[in-house]
Design a binder for this molecule. Structure first.
Ligand code: A3P
Length: 294
């Protein structure tokens, strides 16, 4: 079926084994879902999808999209975790079958690249927003996350992890292939490409673009309230988005909402490693894709 098992010794034996499938590295416990269920998942035109490489600011974008599409009903958002109101398609919880049967309008998160998404996506054309983040901060955030999750043991240090990231041997890698697939489709009418750095630099302008794409209007005071609600410090202490419910379950020590900065990589990566990331980004530049990393 085209699934190749990978041995990445730096991920200890207690870790989920990796597989390579159609050029992407996936945790082996989701690969069956990705191969057998996701291609046939029934897409609806009124779905709203958030797609990303892990740690790109997915949760931040999910909360923005959810509120824009739900009349800024903060009480409703607060009442249920983001995992329940905006489920993770390929993850065991709540599971692809539950998502398939959810009443409309559905909000769906996935870390799968476009080439592994349901076949009906092109036909039903739901609104899809892809968020990308500069790879250096993405790698640092992903390493911190890897240390936090209970089902993965990483035996190396940050530099080792960054090297695997550049080689494409981390979950959902290679990063540049994932991002490029989305970038190449950015002009399709039902696809919007945004970056973590855009949200940082110009939250209001980016959110207005998102609302326009979602065909929703928002007043100045609604935008102001959303900006406050989605600030890093409020999201960090918001128990419906900060994944505190997974503490002691999927997560051990550490915080999901870690630093929320652009450029934190400077505290973690050597200049030699930074050069390797720059080479990866430079390889994307002929397509017009650029990243800000400070
Ligand atoms: P850091 O680990 O660099 O802090 P994802 O949701 O895709 O897993 O991404 C998580 C990253 O987005 C984490 O990055 C997290 O802190 C950051 N993030 C989440 N909400 C944010 C917000 N409101 N403002 C800035 N960064 C945010």
């Amino acid at each position: 079926r085209g699934i190749e098992e990978l041995d990445v010794p730096l991920f200890g034996r207690r870790s989920r084994v990796f597989c390579r499938y159609r050029g992407y590295v996936l945790p082996s416990d989701i690969v069956n879902t990705v191969v057998n269920d996701i291609p046939w998942f029934e897409v609806r035109p009124d779905d709203t999808w958030v797609v990303s490489f892990p740690k790109a600011g997915t949760t931040w974008l999910q909360e923005i999209v959810y509120l824009i599409c739900n009349d800024f009903d903060y009480e409703k958002a607060q009442a249920t975790t983001i995992e329940d109101r905006f489920p993770f398609l390929e993850f065991p919880y709540p599971g692809v079958k539950v998502v398939a049967q959810s009443p409309p309008p559905r909000f769906i998160k996935t870390h799968l690249p476009f080439s592994l998404l349901p076949k009906q996506l092109d036909e039903k054309k739901p609104k899809v927003i892809y968020i990308a983040r500069n790879p250096k901060d993405t790698a640092v955030s992903l390493q911190a996350f890897t240390k936090m999750i209970n089902y993965v043991t990483f035996l190396g240090n940050m530099e080792d992890f960054a090297q695997l990231f550049v080689e494409g041997t981390v979950f959902y890698g290679p990063w540049e292939k994932h991002v490029k697939e989305a970038w190449d489709r950015r002009d399709e009418e039902n696809i919007l490409f945004v970056t973590y750095e855009d949200l940082h630099k110009d939250f209001r302008g980016t959110v207005q673009d998102i609302a326009r794409f979602l065909e929703k209007s928002m007043s100045e005071s609604q935008l102001r309230a959303l900006e406050v609600h989605c600030s890093f410090s409020l999201m960090q202490s918001n128990d419906s988005v900060n994944y505190s419910w997974q503490q002691g379950v999927l997560f051990g020590e550490g915080q999901f909402m870690r630093k929320g900065k652009v450029g934190d990589w400077k505290n973690h990566l050597s200049s030699e490693m930074s050069d390797k990331f720059d080479a990866m980004v430079t390889s994307l530049e002929p397509s017009g894709l650029h990243f800000v990393d400070s």
